[in-house]
Design a protein around this ligand. Sequence first.
Ligand code: FAD
Ligand code: SF4
Length: 554
Amino acid sequence: MTDVNELPERESMEFDVVIVGAGPAGLSAAIRLKQVNPELTVVVLEKGGEVGAHILSGAVVDPIGIDKLIPDWRDDPDHPFKTPVKADHFLVLGPAGSIRLPNFMMPPLMNNHGNFIVSLSNVTKWLAARAEELGVEVYPGFAADEVLTNDEGAVIGVATGDMGVERNGEPGPNYARGMALLGKYVLIGEGVRGSLAKRLISKYKLDEDREPQKYGIGLKELWQVKPEHHKPGLVQHSFGWPLDTKTGGGSFLYHLEDNQVAVGFVLHLNYKNPWLSPFEEFQRFKTHPSIAPVFEGGKRLGYGARAISEGGWQSVPKLTFPGGALIGCSAGFVNVARIKGSHNAVLSGMMAAEHAAEAIAAGRAQDTLDGYDEAWRTSEIGKDLKKVRNVKPLWSKLGTILGVTVGGLDMWLNTLFGMSPFGTMGHGKPDYAALEPAAKHKKIEYPKPDGVLTFDKLSSVFLSNTNHEEDQPIHLQLKDPELQKISELDVYGGPSNRYCPAGVYEWVETDGVPTFVINAQNCVHCKTCDIKDPNQNINWVPPQGGEGPVYTNM
Ligand SMILES: Cc1cc2nc3c(=O)[nH]c(=O)nc-3n(C[C@H](O)[C@H](O)[C@H](O)COP(=O)(O)OP(=O)(O)OC[C@H]3O[C@@H](n4cnc5c(N)ncnc54)[C@H](O)[C@@H]3O)c2cc1C
Ligand code: SF4
């Protein structure tokens, strides 16, 4: 946090509302503000070089949010919701075969009828265009790096990062000071594990009395498949192989338009075995006999990874602080059973916007939008999350087979009777504390990639188009290098090398001395290191604006 009085030399711009992040949450908030009052001045900052560049999702979208935000969206010929869901398959995978669960067994909330298979990245591009038509100023290429507060401790704006700072922290020849964007309210829509959100949650103790937030890492590839393997509108989920029954996770396979298939794997970050590599598990999953045929003769077009919030109802922090609020996945509004959060991102952005617009109309500024925090649990978002609140704890406590079975029954009871015999269960430890010493586990030997169906990390990262100027301070801040050696390496066997989906971290021996190497230029901004490092010794901060992955159609 930086006191604005210490930064007199920064240029500043003033708005009614400053929004950080051009995801579904941030853009929906911006659109809603202008719908309520076209006179409001609204700015959206986005760290990606263009809107959508950093958006990675499944995605099957429940249109409940978009229907409210833009009721006539179906009349727009440019809308991105091209593929309605036509079939919904749920598989349990064993090493050599699979069983398809009958749809009638699935709790109704899992039904994807009426939903759309989309590229969420394209959805945000479309939303940004709608926002700009309404007069919202959308600034891609600008990462919000600091929260600005006043003497009373209220948030009064954010500052974008300085550009052209050299590796040693000194201004280089292209140095440009960041800008201060000041607002009556600041909405934080950075998505999961936002770097400003993390600081705000800590400063204002927003997670006091809440269960720890839980996470997964989602890895995704986009494929062009042969027309005979393409079933537009098919949604397929699986659990089981290649994971053992104590490691939580599962796959998704969505058949979009134009012979494209999005395939992905979500691995819950409460796993214990430090030898596990989410990337290699994903690669292995594609070789299953029920999965591999889809990709035969196909071509991989894209790769990326992003964390996903999984804590749900009991982990959502207090949403408001003096001067602003958390929206979307910065608050953790994912329904983990449905693997869906974009609808709640839209709804929460709208809700926060309505409360901010009302406060501004009443002449208020930089106070706490209590009404937003009070409203969400009884809103559609609360209803969506409450029904599935015990699913994640049951998976964690009972393992995959029993956990999925009891979790399914619990969802049925919640749907039919609005109650759960378990009340509201806790999540236990945060994910970083779940990792166990390497000596307690056997190393996992993963098969070598074949370069056709399975790939290595570096050729995958290439497809994310990620790029960072090398001569800048490393945006993966190591708090204590000695701790990394005596604990991350000596106790946990260097798990960063495996959990990072982009090959950023390596332990390299130089003259017999292990050195921790951070290839920061490869980072795809998934935030897994910030979540899973067992000592919380790695702090992810935004690099220069406009850098990072450039996802297309993801
Ligand atoms: C693998 C995977 C599969 C998923 N599948 C589905 C699905 O099928 N259906 C579904 O509904 N949901 C799905 N989700 C969840 C969904 O993607 C999220 O709920 C949704 O994207 C949240 O929207 P958001 O606007 O809160 O955040 P995001 O979509 O993450 O957007 C945040 C934006 O803020 C920007 N940003 C972050 N920090 C800063 C900063 N400091 N300064 C400037 N800009 C910043 C980011 O670059 C990004 O563009 C999935 C998620 C994953 C990872
Ligand atoms: S360095 Fe961290 S944020 Fe970047 S790709 Fe690796 S795990 Fe993800």
